[in-house]
Write a protein that binds this ligand. Structure first.
Ligand code: ADP
Ligand code: MG
Ligand code: ZN
Length: 487
């Protein structure tokens, strides 16, 4: 019997507004710099008699996400109490949404080896984050309420995924969409995005769903992919043995590499949802929706396809560039200018994704703080194309430009990086190199012609990268031929 996996994901995304979801406390990134329990107030500490107020900006960012995912925005939103008891939940319930959530019935387009695919989005609703527990070695725990009440958007997919590859594509694509919309920075280590995976197995071709298990608290792409892969195999093995999969909530043990039982169905939570009496139903007018729709930016996949079509770049490079909208903007600015100077978009993509990334990563500089403007990068690439500087020299120049903010022409001048294409100067360098390495010359003349590459390298080094490699190779070969004839 052939089986197929069925997977649905629930994604929790922190919404990085200035204030929390239901109070005015500031939202702080989980960097560990802010002292615990200093961004709290009576509302998010759940002191008696306090009242929640909905954060308008969180609603708007949630709506924009819904619109970007092609969802319908419910004209009336209802907030609801989701009751459970845990030390990180001061009220004893979470204010969430249940029956009338913010957004419903959308889809996210993903790309896999098999081509593009649409994964249905069931719903996206607003809720609040819990506090954070710090478990101590002695079995006690400390609680920090700075995170309590931080806005969350929960995005629930349809059970439309069939493979781990699709799960990964969905999660990474959704992360990029959230970054593009400014929901958060997509930093998994800071818990800005968290996953729960629902997995079931059924005979291939079946139309009904099998019994699912739910893997909780997945905080990295690696844990998501590994746990889903493990769970698919575990369930297959259960079915092959003739047993049935039991509906359970599972955890993922990163170290052991297996899922483990957290709760079985009999102990499933009864959240006793009911409408939050302290928050009136939220009415969303068509005008409000349309005003926000106008702010939804071009999404990563659409941008990737446009960059490929407009600049003729490879899918790999386009995917790399759209990973960060600021990088894509930088590329487009540089490629537009470079085109006028006869430089291809692919050349610009190579420089941005190659040497520029290397320099910025090494210095820990984000691209919008880069001292080399797109104009200047374009000019530098044009200098390479014209033969004024070699690729090696241009890399040196770019490093200096990013450090000092100089123009390429100035750096090339200051560091004396102009390529030696003057045949006399080059011939002198070549003669000196050949005289310095008689053994290698002998080898070449004895027929080991593949030593030529090494000799080219020596000349390049002697010229401090300023020699034109093609000219060097040609003149070097000539010089060696002359010596051959002279023998
Ligand atoms: P719950 O609160 O029980 O987690 P939700 O409706 O919030 O329920 O989430 C259910 C998730 O599980 C959705 O992503 C849905 O696509 C997925 N799902 C439901 N049934 C199955 C199934 N049989 N196999 C795999 N995924 C499923
Ligand atoms: Mg769930
Ligand atoms: Zn507060």
């Amino acid at each position: 019997m052939e089986y197929e996996a069925v997977i649905g994901l629930e994604v929790h995304a922190q919404i990085h507004t200035r204030a929390k979801m239901y109070c005015a406390c500031p939202v702080v990134a989980d960097t560990g710099d802010v002292p615990p329990n200093t961004r709290v107030c009576p509302v998010c500490l759940a002191l008696p008699g306090t009242l929640p107020v909905v954060n308008r900006r969180a609603v708007e960012l949630g709506m924009m996400t819904g619109l970007a995912l092609g969802c319908t925005i419910n004209p009336v939103n209802v907030f609801a109490r989701k009751s459970y008891f845990y030390p990180d939940l001061p009220k004893g319930y979470q204010i969430s949404q249940y029956e009338l959530p913010l957004a419903v019935n959308g889809a996210l387009e993903i790309e896999t080896e098999a081509g593009p695919q649409r994964i249905g989005i069931t719903r996206a609703h607003l809720e609040e984050d819990t506090a954070k527990l710090y478990h101590q070695d002695d079995g006690s725990a400390l609680v920090d309420f700075n995170r309590a009440g931080v806005p969350l958007l929960e995005i629930v997919s349809e059970p439309d995924m069939r493979t781990v590859e699709e799960v990964q594509a969905y999660a990474t694509t959704l992360r990029e969409v959230l970054i593009y919309l400014g929901i958060n920075a997509g930093d998994m280590e800071k818990g800005e995005m968290r996953f729960e995976a629902n997995v079931s197995i059924r005979p291939k071709g079946a139309t009904t769903l099998g019994t699912r298990t739910e893997i909780k608290n997945l905080n990295s792409f690696r844990a998501l992919a590994a746990s889903v892969a493990y769970e698919i195999e575990r369930q297959k093995a259960v079915l092959v043995k003739g047993e049935t999969v039991i509906q359970q909530t599972l955890g993922w043990d990163e170290v052991a590499g297996n899922t483990y039982l957290q709760r079985s169905k009999e102990y499933a939570h009864d959240y006793r949802y009911f409408p939050e009496p302290d928050i009136p139903p939220l009415e969303i007018t068509p005008e409000w929706i349309e005003a926000l729709r106008a702010h939804v930016p071009e999404l990563p996949l659409a941008k990737k396809r446009r960059l490929m079509a407009e600049y003729g770049i490879r899918p790999y490079d386009a995917a790399l560039l759209v990973g960060d909208p600021r990088v894509a903007d930088y590329f487009e600015a540089a490629a537009g200018i470079a085109r006028a100077q006869g430089v291809t978009g692919q050349d610009v993509a190579n420089w941005v994704g190659g040497e520029l990334f290397r320099i910025l990563n090494a210095a820990g500089t984000p691209i919008d703080a880069c001292k080399t403007t797109p104009e200047r990068l374009a000019t530098l690439i044009a200098l390479v194309q014209q033969g004024t500087v070699s690729v090696t020299a241009a890399k040196t120049a770019l490093g200096a430009m990013c450090e000092t903010g100089e123009a390429p022409e100035d750096v090339v001048q200051r560091l004396g990086l102009t390529q030696i294409s003057d045949a006399n100067a080059l011939t002198a360098l070549i003669e000196a190199t050949l005289n310095a390495h008689p053994a290698q010359v002998q080898q070449y003349l004895a027929g080991k012609t593949n030593i030529l590459g090494w000799l080219v390298g020596q000349v390049m080094q002697a010229s401090k990268g300023k020699a034109n490699p093609q000219d060097t190779r040609r003149l070097l070969q000539q010089a060696l031929e002359q010596r051959n004839a002279g023998l």
